[in-house]
Design a protein around this ligand. Structure first.
Ligand code: HEC
Ligand code: HEC
Length: 360
């Protein structure tokens, strides 16, 4: 067993988690987040299986992670149908999916901007302005709840709904299907993969398969977890220790360092961006967690350095600001500039290799 410079094994439950539980963070939610994070692989570079017959590819035997921590490295190989990934990528950049609004998924989920759009809130559409910050779709296949509200439970459900969302694509499925069906190249491509060809369900399926391929492996922190003790610097190690000691880890954990549970935003006091209480834009309604406060899905912190501005409304312009606000409103503590810098170094180390284009 290698020595672990970041703290005791395993890191949870810790005193800070016990404190967090007192503050109402259910242990079951934490465990659910952990058990959802079971993707461990060991080959070099992200590999996407391209089984031509759609049969599942087998993964190699995997070495155990060297350091047991509440954050799990992203896999380096992943089992997907490469043909669907390619088709999904094509659809992701196709503005016919917005029925004349000129928008594709890639208008807001841009590779150069961490698969988000860099704006405080998304621009939306005429008469239906955007009200929430665009979430990244990097590593989105490892979330178990989707959107700021966390009320969407699968990538397929999200893709199906977003086409007709008036603030997002503003399309109509009927029109989308007739427009796409008029493209013989596309109908042929669907026919090669799906027995029933180009259908709403299959459009959704291909988009979701592409989204699952958007994995960013080999972040310095993941390499550190796999035993490369020099992969991150002393500041990042100290930052990770603080992240655990303060209790950030009780919400941001698992393979995506978040993405798996709902929590109140503003456990200690009301952030200025959440003054509408439970009616704050983007918040979950009727989640049963809190009646008077806004409840959000805890976002993933992977590649977070690339996706400013932060929070559901983009109100934190920098990562430093977001870290301080989290300490204040989620954990009820003032945090020194030095500790903010260390946590920032740790969060920086969560940026991995950009997803490789799929190979046929
Ligand atoms: C006008 C900008 C815009 C367009 C176009 C757009 N999105 Fe998004 N996307 C957003 C915003 C804003 C959110 C957060 C929405 C929310 O929480 O209510 C989001 C969230 C998502 C999420 C959830 C991510 C997570 O971590 O939960 C997925 C997946 C996604 N979009 C996929 C798509 C797909 C697929 C398309 C095209 C069919 C698309 N988006 C088109 C702005 C956009
Ligand atoms: C009680 C659960 C909880 C704890 C503890 C917590 N967070 Fe969060 N975190 C959230 C939620 C919920 C959000 C989304 C808030 C919003 O946008 O409305 C969030 C958002 C963030 C964001 C912005 C992500 C983005 O993409 O916009 C960062 C950065 C962050 N947290 C870091 C931290 C750090 C650092 C700590 C410890 C100091 C911490 N969090 C503690 C629940 C938590």
């Amino acid at each position: 067993m290698t020595s672990d410079p970041s703290g005791p094994h395993p890191a949870i439950p810790t005193a800070s988690d016990a404190a967090a539980r007192k503050k109402g963070i259910p242990m079951t939610a934490m465990l659910a987040a952990l058990s959802a994070a079971t993707f461990l692989c060991g080959a070099a570079g992200l590999t996407i299986a391209t089984a031509q017959d759609g049969s599942p590819a087998t993964l190699p035997d995997l070495p155990a992670p060297r350091i047991q921590e509440p954050i799990i490295p992203l896999p380096q190989s992943i089992e997907l149908d490469g043909r669907k990934v390619l088709l999904g990528r094509r659809l992701f950049t196709d503005s016919r999916l917005s029925s004349g609004n000129g928008l594709s998924c890639a208008s807001c989920h841009q590779p150069a901007l961490g698969m988000a759009d860099g704006k405080p809130v998304s621009s939306g559409l005429p008469h239906y302005e955007g009200v929430v910050n665009t979430l990244t779709v990097l590593n989105v296949g490892f979330n178990t709840k989707f959107s700021w509200s966390g009320q969407t439970l699968s990538l397929e459900e999200q893709a199906d709904k977003v086409i007709e969302n008036k603030r997002t694509m503003g399309g109509r499925w009927e029109t989308v299907l007739s427009d796409l069906s008029a493209d013989s190249g596309l109908t042929t491509a669907f026919g090669r993969i799906y027995a029933d060809g180009l259908t709403r369900k299959n459009v959704v399926d291909a988009i979701a398969e592409y989204e699952k391929s958007l994995v960013t492996p080999n972040a310095p922190f993941d390499r550190f977890l796999r035993g490369e003790t020099d992969a991150i610097g002393e500041d990042a190690k100290a930052g990770y220790r603080i992240f655990k000691d303060y209790g950030c880890i009780s919400c941001h954990q698992g393979v995506n360092v978040g993405g798996n549970m709902l929590q109140v935003f503003g456990i200690f006091g009301t952030p200025t961006s959440a003054t509408d209480g439970a009616n704050t834009a983007g918040a979950a309604q009727g989640s049963g967690i809190a009646d008077d406060k806004p409840v959000f899905r805890v976002p993933s912190l992977r590649n977070v350095a690339q996706t400013a501005p932060y929070f559901h409304d983009g109100s934190a312009r920098s990562l430093r600001e977001a870290i301080s606000m989290m300490a204040q409103y989620q954990l009820g503590r003032e945090i020194s500039d030095g500790d903010v810098s260390k946590i920032e170094s740790f969060l920086d180390s969560l940026s991995g290799d950009p997803p490789l284009p799929p190979v046929n």
